[in-house]
Design a protein around this ligand. Sequence first.
Ligand code: ZN
Length: 208
Amino acid sequence: MLNSLKGNLRFVLAFAGACLVGVYIHEIGHAVAGWVQGIPVFPTPAKEYILLDQVEWDQETWISLGGVIGTVLVVLGTLLWYVRSNRFIADAILAGVLLTPCLYTVRFLLVGRGHDALEWQAAQSALGLAPAGHAVDLLFLGLLLAGIAVWIVRRHSSLRLSSVVRVLGLVVGGIALLVILQTTNNALFDQFFPKTTTMDVPAGLDPR
Ligand SMILES: [Zn+2]
């Protein structure tokens, strides 16, 4: 009984830790893309702050793409590690890292865009893709499905109801964790970095 409680606690902590690290790597991706352009960007655990009054739209598109690349790298890296790992805790870490693509996909299905404001449209512009398209939405949907497929093949050859219930619990708990993280992050850091950066956003983009 005590051992199973301990095991569950370790699982939840590893899951939550992987969620938080995954989100922070996304923010660091934004910051690195700013730094290489000479733009000071400060990555906090759940938001990047651009420390300039004005940036060009072209520069912003690369900063947006940096976050996408950060998340893609962390998901692909975890998947590569996961297929070679036999540790029980690896399931928790994979699930934690997949939570952000899962959240983007849920938002895409509900609202039509995986990320708020113009982040995906800007990232698609940097890649030379149609800004109004859904390339980044589909990328994260694909990564989520790939992660789920690897998990099923590697650990659970037959899907059991108890696994599905457990995964749904993780998704709901994980989304709650990310909402708390974002709210706390904004409450702590917005006061130090007032949002004053302006840019000329091209016409025709569609913030949602
Ligand atoms: Zn971002």
